[in-house]
Design a protein around this ligand. Structure first.
Ligand code: HEM
Length: 470
């Protein structure tokens, strides 16, 4: 036995490397859109790494300290320590500004790639039986990613972020019966108090990232157990010494995990890192020096959440100021627009695989053009979120675009929010239904025109056993 064999044997008897080796040969379907999930994964990794760097210098405290750094206008001023530490990171720590910007852009790309990944899974029907559990875990991950971004936004404790964070505080305390308790837990009581930044910091660097990491581990475990979906094949496929029937969805055909897919993933990682580095190098982010430290006595003119929370802000802007009591519970507009409606949106997303129920397991992706009502619902949902997001910017739309007031645009936006999505969804449905009627029914999961597995990869193709034998 050679030395290498002996080393292998040593590890194999302890760690069951043999089983791991089987994983190395797993098949990954060669579909470009399947890389969106990987982009999200790599953004999370870069967020953790850049966050660790920032954690060495950030001070989660609002105690007043005297500023002594490179920004002339704050020299010698007493300001909250959190704000001072972010100034320090930005202007005095080597690479601090770059890493802070990279962290910022990675957060945006993280949420954006999750949204696109979700749309890809939706429109190709990859949520169907047996992948409903992974869709639900994914919905939780989407909500957590927004929570992570929101809690991070508050940390510099500058004027702009603190004002935007106070909106979140008001929504939290609006929850009937539980509001005060939740306000204590999340914000440490009335906002802004000295407890707020330590609370949000704890959520931002520990609780939410751990929950995301746990959710991701579950997401990947389910993915590996169930295997990917695969695009319908145009022909029978020869993979190694096996011939796979084109309609046999008990096996997956694709690139082996190692080395082919690993090489593709490495490229995706470096492209993600390069894109974020370019953004961090070229585009400034949240300019704390310009906003200045939080001043409870003033309110900046233009307060806006980040783009991915704009739809929630839109609900808040459009809903009338209501307030009524049901027994001991008080319901107000902030609760309905900022908590109840967004909660219902997430609930509807999580419940979707049970609305579009698929009795039989389906391992081929579907062609969105051959799923009239599901694609119609998807188009309507995208339109709904986009119009709600536009409503979140109603003051800009009114002032700067239309030269009028929000009182004039709000009823139009409300009508658009309620009317345009069903109309667009209906048109999509009618257009697709009037198209190719020779398509097989959805439940078979085979779309006649769907893209085939990449024929250029025939040499490197491997197959993976069905979902039942693993
Ligand atoms: C932190 C956020 C997320 C990360 C990092 C992530 C990552 C991934 C990766 C790497 C894959 C395999 C490659 C691919 O199909 O794209 C995957 C598959 C999947 N994801 Fe996600 N995901 C996230 C959020 C979501 C969300 C929000 C949903 C839906 C609500 C979702 C549902 C699914 C489903 C159903 C699959 C299996 C798809 C298939 O087999 O074709 N994921 N995810």
């Amino acid at each position: 036995m050679s030395r290498a064999d002996r080393i292998y044997d040593w590890f194999d008897t302890r760690l069951d490397v043999e089983r791991g080796q089987q994983f190395l040969g797993k098949a990954f379907p060669a579909e470009d859109s399947f890389l969106l999930g990987e982009v999200a994964l790599f953004c999370f990794l870069l967020l953790v790494l850049s966050g660790i760097f920032l954690g060495f210098f950030f001070e989660p405290s609002t105690s007043a300290v005297e500023y002594d750094g490179s920004v002339e206008k704050f020299q010698g001023q007493e300001m909250p320590e959190a704000f001072v530490s972010v100034l320090h990171i930005t202007y005095d720590v080597p690479f601090g500004m770059f890493i802070r910007r990279l962290h910022h852009w990675a957060a945006h790309l993280f949420v954006a790639s999750i949204g696109l990944h979700m749309l890809r899974v939706f429109f190709t029907g990859a949520y169907r039986n047996p992948r409903e559990p992974n869709w639900i875990v994914g919905t939780g991950l989407a909500a957590l990613s927004m929570g992570a971004a929101y809690t991070g936004y508050a940390l510099p404790f500058d004027e702009f972020a603190a004002t935007a964070t106070s909106i979140g505080y008001n929504l939290t305390i609006s929850v009937p019966l539980l509001g005060d308790f939740l306000g204590q837990v999340v914000f440490g009581g009335e906002f802004p108090s000295s407890a707020t930044i330590p609370r949000l910091y704890f959520l931002h660097v520990l609780v939410i990232p751990m929950a995301i990491a746990g959710g991701l581990a579950l997401h990947m475990w389910i993915l590996i157990r169930q295997k990917h979906t695969e695009a319908p094949r145009e022909d029978d496929v020869v993979a190694g010494d096996r011939e796979i029937d084109k309609d046999d969805d008990s096996v997956i055909v694709g690139l082996p995990a190692v080395p082919n897919q690993a090489a593709v993933s490495a490229v995706v990682f470096f492209l993600t890192a390069a894109t974020l580095s370019a953004l961090a190098g070229l585009l400034p982010v949240h300019n704390v020096a310009e906003y200045g430290p939080n001043d409870p006595a003033s309110t900046p003119a233009l307060i806006m959440p980040d783009w991915f929370l704009m739809w929630v802000y839109g609900f808040l802007k459009l809903l009338p100021q209501i307030g009524f009591s049901v027994g001991p519970a008080h319901i107000n507009g902030e609760f309905v627009g900022g908590v109840l409606l967004p909660g219902l949106v997430f609930l509807a997303i999580a419940a979707w695989p049970f609305i579009d129920r698929t009795p039989e397991p389906t391992h081929f992706t579907a062609d969105p053009l051959q799923r009239p009502w599901q694609t119609g619902v998807g188009v309507a949902a995208v339109a709904f979120v986009m119009i709600a997001s536009i409503a979140g910017m109603n003051n800009i739309l009114a002032d700067q675009v239309l030269g009028t007031t929000t009182e004039v645009v709000n009823p139009i936006l409300t009508a658009a929010l309620l009317g345009v999505p069903p109309v667009l969804g209906g048109i999509t449905y009618l257009l697709l239904r009037g198209g190719d009627t020779s398509a097989p029914p959805d439940d078979e999961g085979v779309a006649a025109d769907g893209g085939a597995a990449d024929s250029g990869t025939a040499d490197g193709k491997v197959t993976d056993g069905g979902t039942s034998d693993d």
